[in-house]
Design a binder for this molecule. Structure first.
Ligand code: SF4
Length: 365
């Protein structure tokens, strides 16, 4: 799509909110556009609060949420944290200040923006506004029954969408995974009893691209990413059980999410290495600042994380502990010294408000 096409598409998105569109067109000064858009949103919100009595509460709530989402897009704090300004992108696109080398948005960007703009203006398609749902003009039990029927229809639609996808209990998936299990057990020389023994699982953690390739289909890109990860000591490891959840056919797409959890992408490895080389902290959940005593992370009033070992039998790509994990669990891993672990447990005992303890370290099965 050319820059001109992108611009046309973006302006079409804003057609539902002509004032926002005019503001965007009025100046290439992002600060001015930001301030004018904020004023517009503020005034619109006040109108909703003060005068829009005819708007049904359900639509009102959706409008208010859409406005809050748009405010978040305009927030300079959010821009700083994301390292990207969507508003600047839109201004550059509309005024041509970015030249022809404009970045192409991901698929879905325009659809998301469109729904946001419709949300702000109250044109939400959840409740068809051309024939406002009967429950909006009824009251009491009658309104509740109509709404309940509407919700059942929505639920049926959702089920229809969800059922398009296979899941782990489908007969065919269960059989496929059973075959995978057999293949993996044969490779390592194990039996059913071994398979269900966590010690056997951790003894056979897959730690490199070659073994992974022997056990399951791996794309060239996945293989390269795993090799790079190993070469640069980016934590990587998968249990035999988890590999059995992956399909062995090159053209399968249904196991993408299963794979994405543990096979790092090239982008992930590159970003990881860049952050490390630049000396940036990988502790994105600020665990350092939320650990009142060794082995404990407390971020919530009643729940804590207990970390008896600083690794796992398999490494999740998204794990918030990756900043402190050097490698996947080794059979020689000793874990936290007994004394320190006792202290952490005593701390939990003394902190009476704690109701739940999440013990991390990952179950390999
Ligand atoms: S702690 Fe949880 S999220 Fe992190 S690697 Fe282990 S299992 Fe995955």
């Amino acid at each position: 799509m050319s820059r001109e096409d992108l611009k046309t598409k973006l302006l079409e998105v804003f057609e539902a909110a002509p004032r926002l569109r005019d503001i965007l067109l009025s100046s290439d000064d992002v600060h001015f556009v930001r301030s004018e858009m904020r004023n517009y949103l503020y005034n619109e919100l006040m109108v909703r609060y003060d005068r829009d009595r005819d708007m049904h509460p359900l639509i009102w709530v959706a409008v208010r949420s859409a406005m809050a989402a748009f405010e978040n897009i305009l927030s300079r704090r959010n821009e700083r944290m994301a390292g990207f300004s969507l508003l600047q992108y839109c201004v550059d696109l509309v005024h041509g200040t970015s030249g022809d080398q404009v970045e192409h948005p991901a698929p879905g960007f325009f659809a998301e923006m469109q729904h946001l703009v419709w949300g702000i203006t109250g044109h939400i398609s959840i409740y068809d506004d051309s024939e406002v749902t009967d429950c909006f003009v009824s009251e009491g039990r009658e309104a509740a029954e109509i709404r309940s029927r509407d919700l059942s229809e929505m639920a049926a639609g959702i089920h229809g969408l969800v059922e398009r996808y296979t899941w782990g209990m489908d007969e065919e998936v269960v059989e496929t995974r059973e075959r995978n299990k057999q293949r993996i057990m044969d490779y390592f020389g194990g039996n059913d009893e071994d398979w269900n023994d966590w010690r056997w699982q951790v003894r056979h953690v897959i730690r490199d691209a070659d073994t992974l390739k022997d056990l399951v289909y791996v794309s060239a890109e996945e293989e390269e990413a795993v090799r790079e990860a190993r070469k640069h000591h980016v934590p990587f490891g998968i249990t035999p059980y988890y590999v059995s959840l992956m399909d062995n056919e090159p053209d399968s797409t249904r196991d993408r999410t299963v794979r994405a959890q543990v096979i790092p992408s090239r982008f992930y490895v590159e970003s990881f290495l860049r952050s490390r080389n630049e000396g940036q902290s990988m502790d994105f959940m600020l665990e350092r600042d939320t650990s009142p005593i060794d082995g404990i992370t407390r971020r919530y009033p009643m729940i804590v994380i207990l970390k008896p070992i600083v690794t796992c039998p398999q490494i999740c790509v998204y794990c918030q502990r990756n900043w402190e994990i050097d490698d996947v669990w080794q059979p020689s891993e000793k874990g936290m010294p007994r004394k320190a672990l006792d202290k952490a447990v005593q701390w939990i005992e003394k902190t009476k408000e704690i109701r739940e303890v999440l013990v991390t370290g990952g179950d390999p099965l």
